[in-house]
Design a protein around this ligand. Structure first.
Ligand code: MG
Length: 381
C-alpha cells in the first residue's frame, strides 16, 4: 500500500473506529459528528522566498465533518515555521475523532467542542483550525447563513486583498511576478533581505506598477535604526504599512519604531493568539490575524473584536491555502482594514471554489457556512 493510501485508509478507519454505529457507509444519516481527512500537496506557482526560507510546495490536509446530511469542509496548512506536518496534523485529527467528537451529538455546542479540541494539545494550531473551520462551515450550513452574516457584518465593507510578490535574485523572475500582479490594487512585498536587496525589489516594482505596496519584513531587519531608515525610505514610495519589522520577541524595539514610524506597524509573528493582543497594544498599531496561527474562526473573530475594542487595526492574513481556509478567513474581512488573502491564488492546484475577487476586492458570496464548493469529490482528493 502506498504511504498516501495508507494515510487515507487510516483516517477513515480512525474516524469509523471512534464512532461505532455511524452509518456513513450506507448513506443514511447519523447524529454522530463524523470527521475524515485527506492529505493534499499544494503546488506553488512560483518558488516562495522570504527572509527565513524558500519552498515550492506546501503540505495541506483537507478535512470533512459530517452530521446528518450536512457536510462542512476545513483545512490545515502547514508552512515550515509553524512546526506542524502532515503526520502531526493527521495524528491530531485522529485524536479529535476518537476523544472529542464521540461525546457530542449537537454541532451547535461549538464553544464546548472547540474548547475541548484546543485543550487536547498545547500547539497544533493548524490542525485545530481545520476542525474549527469545518465545524463553522457545518453549522453555517445548518443555519442556512454565511458566517459574515451570522456575525452581523456588512459584506460591502470588504477590503481589497494584497497579492504577494516574493523575493527572487533574478530580475527576470521578479518582473514576471510583477506582470502577474498587474490586476491587483495592493502589492505585498517580502523584505528583510538587507538594504540593497530590499531597495532593489521596491525599485523593480515601482518601475512597473504604481499600486499601493505593503511591506512584510518577516522579522528580517536587525536594528531598530535600520528598520526606521527603511520605513522612512518606503514611506516616500506609496507604501501603506509595515509588517513585523524586527524579531517577534523584541517588543521594546517595536514600540520605539511604531512611535517614530510615518507608516502603521503591524504585528504578525508577534501575534499568534488572543492572549497575545493586550501586551501588543502600544508596541504595534495593529495585528495580522491568520486562522492557522490562532486555531481558527472562533478565535480569529474574538481577536478581531478585541483589537477593535483596543483601537488597534485589523489585518487578515493566510498561509498558502486552498479556497477553503481563504474563504473562511474572508468571512471576517468586513472588519479588516487590510487583507492579504491570496493563498489560493498562489496555488496552481486549488481544489475548491469559494471567495472571489472583483477587481482585487474581496467579494463574499451568500452561500451558507464559509461558502465553498469542492471542485473534485472529497474522496478523490
Ligand atoms: Mg507576515
Amino acid at each position: 500500500m502506498q504511504r498516501r493510501d495508507f494515510i487515507k485508509a487510516s483516517a477513515v478507519l480512525a474516524a469509523s473506529a471512534a464512532l461505532p454505529g455511524c452509518k456513513q457507509a450506507t448513506g443514511s444519516f447519523s447524529d454522530d459528528l463524523i470527521l475524515d481527512w485527506r492529505p493534499y500537496t499544494g503546488k506553488l506557482k512560483y518558488t516562495f522566498t522570504i527572509a527565513t526560507y524558500s519552498r515550492t510546495e506546501t503540505p495541506l490536509v483537507l478535512v470533512r465533518l459530517r452530521w446528518r446530511d450536512y457536510v462542512g469542509y476545513g483545512e490545515a496548512s502547514m508552512p515550515q515555521y509553524l512546526g506542524e506536518s502532515t503526520d502531526s496534523v493527521t495524528a491530531f485529527l485522529a485524536r479529535v475523532a476518537a476523544e472529542v467528537l464521540p461525546r457530542f451529538k449537537d454541532p451547535f455546542l461549538m464553544d464546548a467542542i472547540l474548547s475541548e479540541v484546543d485543550a487536547l494539545a498545547e500547539r497544533n494550531t493548524a490542525a485545530k483550525a481545520a476542525v474549527d473551520i469545518a465545524l463553522h462551515d457545518l453549522v453555517g450550513k445548518i443555519l442556512g447563513r454565511p458566517w459574515w452574516q451570522i456575525w452581523g457584518y456588512d459584506a460591502a465593507l470588504t477590503p481589497c486583498t494584497s497579492y504577494t510578490i516574493g523575493y527572487d535574485d533574478s530580475d527576470d523572475v521578479v518582473n514576471e511576478k510583477i506582470e502577474e500582479a498587474s490586476w491587483t490594487k495592493v502589492v505585498k512585498v517580502k523584505l528583510g533581505m538587507g538594504e540593497e536587496k530590499d531597495k532593489r525589489m521596491i525599485n523593480l516594482i515601482r518601475a512597473k506598477l504604481d499600486t499601493v505596496i505593503c511591506v512584510d519584513a518577516n522579522q528580517g531587519w536587525k536594528t531598530k535604526e535600520e528598520a526606521l531608515d527603511m520605513i522612512n525610505w518606503l514611506s516616500e514610495r506609496n507604501v501603506s504599512f509595515i509588517e513585523q519589522p524586527m524579531a517577534k520577541e523584541d517588543l521594546d524595539s517595536a514600540a520605539w519604531i511604531t512611535e517614530r514610524s510615518p507608516l502603521p506597524v503591524i504585528a504578525d509573528e508577534a501575534c499568534q493568539r488572543l492572549a497575545d493582543i493586550p501586551r501588543l497594544k502600544g508596541a504595534y498599531d495593529g495585528i495580522n490575524i491568520k486562522l492557522m496561527k490562532c486555531t481558527g474562526m472562533r478565535e480569529a473573530h474574538r481577536m478581531a473584536e478585541m483589537a477593535r475594542g483596543l483601537g488597534m487595526e485589523v489585518m487578515l492574513g493566510c498561509m498558502t491555502e486552498t479556497s477553503v481556509a481563504v474563504s473562511a478567513a474572508a468571512q471576517l474581512s468586513p472588519v479588516a482594514r487590510w487583507a492579504d488573502l491570496d493563498g489560493n491564488i498562489l496555488l496552481a492546484n486549488d481544489c475548491f471554489s469559494g471567495m472571489k475577487l472583483t477587481d482585487g476586492k474581496i467579494t463574499l458570496n451568500d452561500k451558507p457556512g464559509i461558502g465553498v464548493e469542492p471542485l473534485t469529490p472529497f474522496e478523490e482528493l
